[in-house]
Design a protein around this ligand. Structure first.
Ligand code: FAD
Length: 399
């Protein structure tokens, strides 16, 4: 599947930080991770830390799937608003999902420190704003739900938001948010894990998986085999190719990075922004004083159509930026497109779709893909050891 256009900002910024060999001989291991994006990197970090023997393969160069295209905003706020999620999945699962996304941001910061990654991780306040008058009552309902369940939120009326140079009608400001360069972090985690025994093979595509006498045998496109006790699929949106259940609705999304500012506009110094539009727009700053924005989603995943739309989307998104922040001179420097998808409840999928097989999936989809992947680290050992964990219940397949 072609899941992104050619020039996401992060690939240009970081060039090729690390190279790995392709697999040359058949081999065996305790755990095989398929997929070397941020999810695979975090799962490898967890499993290597537990002393497991782990091999990782990726059909592309490492971190060159969605991870290279991500705008890397870290939010505890899930694509599904809390008050709606409560109706959909019940109070405990909904509130705990929001709480655990909040915890995941702090957990990720600890990993950044341990790995020594210069991935520009920075805590930010998150501003969720109503872009039209009619969204104020929806936003107020969401504010009440978050406040009732103990989240640190502040209501910003129109005048307060306008002081930030943002044209909006009301907003919820939350303390918990962050930004980083996830491409850099995933690369750094894999380098760190490699030094601790992780074997990484890039340009090695798994074509088939079979179970035989308690072992799982993955065969590559070049007919090499990797025998493993367990296989963990961290294959992101391409997992739809191996799953029977239709778990994610794939569409196309678009992102821009502005020219670098001499100094960051005040509003962006310690805040990230997203709005109540559907599809929503979102905005963040980068370590080198740019503003990255995204949105403009379209309901198709055809990569040729998606990439052909990019010049039009660049104009559209730049115009939307000016509407939201009329005083900030935003000039687009880079634009890219990617496949993106949300699940029916905005939540991830963890665990085994088929309980008889030793094949596990850690799939963090949607605008919280990264925080969900961090949460997947808490679920993976329980899935392997067949011990209960709330996440394996909340985020199970066939739910
Ligand atoms: C434009 C855009 C903006 C986004 N913004 C945000 C954001 O602000 N915040 C956020 O949290 N999330 C965001 N996301 C989502 C986030 O980027 C993803 O959730 C995350 O990158 C997924 O990481 P992953 O490792 O699961 O998948 P990927 O990075 O896609 O990695 C999966 C890997 O599996 C490999 N693979 C697949 N099949 C095989 C096979 N058969 N054999 C071998 N290898 C295989 C692929 O080559 C790929 O490298 C955004 C996504 C896009 C596209």
């Amino acid at each position: 599947m072609d899941i992104r256009s050619n020039e996401p900002f992060w690939l240009i910024k970081n060039a090729l930080p690390q190279s790995y060999p392709s697999l040359k001989n058949s081999t065996s291991t305790e755990i095989l991770i398929i997929g070397a994006g941020i999810t695979g990197a975090l799962i490898a970090f967890k499993l290597i830390g537990e002393g497991k023997k782990v091999i990782m393969v990726d059909s592309r160069d490492i971190c060159n799937g969605s991870t290279a295209a991500s705008t890397s905003m870290l939010q505890y706020e899930i694509d599904e608003p809390l008050h709606k999620l409560i109706e959909q999945v019940g109070l405990t699962c909904a509130v705990s999902s929001y709480q655990n996304c909040e915890k995941a941001i702090k957990d990720l910061k600890k990993i950044v420190v341990e790995v020594g990654s210069h991935c520009d991780f920075e805590y930010k306040k998150s501003v969720y704003f109503a872009s039209s008058k009619k969204d104020i009552s929806f936003l107020k309902k969401e504010f009440d739900a978050r406040q009732e369940h103990g989240f640190n939120v502040k209501w910003l009326p129109k005048e307060k938001i306008n002081e930030l140079g943002l044209k909006a009608y009301a907003a919820i400001e939350s303390k918990s948010g962050a930004v980083m360069d996830v491409y850099k972090l995933a690369n750094d985690i894999l380098k760190y894990c490699s030094k601790k025994g992780l074997q990484v093979y890039d340009r090695t595509e798994i074509a088939e998986i079979k179970s035989k006498k308690g072992k799982t045998i993955a065969t590559t496109k070049n007919d090499l085999s990797i025998e493993a006790d367990h296989v963990v699929h961290c294959t992101g949106y391409e997992s739809i190719e191996t799953l029977k259940e239709n778990i994610v609705n794939l569409k196309s999304t678009f992102a821009l990075a502005s020219e670098a500012f001499e100094t960051l506009p005040q509003a962006f110094k310690n805040r990230i922004f997203w709005n109540t539009d559907s599809p929503y727009l979102y905005f963040r700053s980068t370590g080198d004083c740019r503003i990255v924005m995204g949105g403009g989603d379209r309901d198709f995943k055809n990569a040729v159509r998606r990439d052909a739309l990019l010049p039009r989307k660049e104009k559209e998104l730049s115009k939307s930026f000016k509407k939201c922040f009329p005083e900030i001179p935003f000039i687009a420097d880079y634009s890219w497109a990617g496949t993106f998808g949300e699940t029916k409840d905005g939540l991830p999928y963890f665990g085994k779709p088929d309980p008889k097989k030793n094949e596990h999936y850690i799939l963090g989809f949607g605008g919280n893909g990264i925080t969900f992947s961090v949460m997947g680290m808490d679920a993976i050992l329980h899935s392997i050891n067949k011990t209960p964990h709330p996440y394996l219940e909340y985020y199970k397949f066939h739910r």
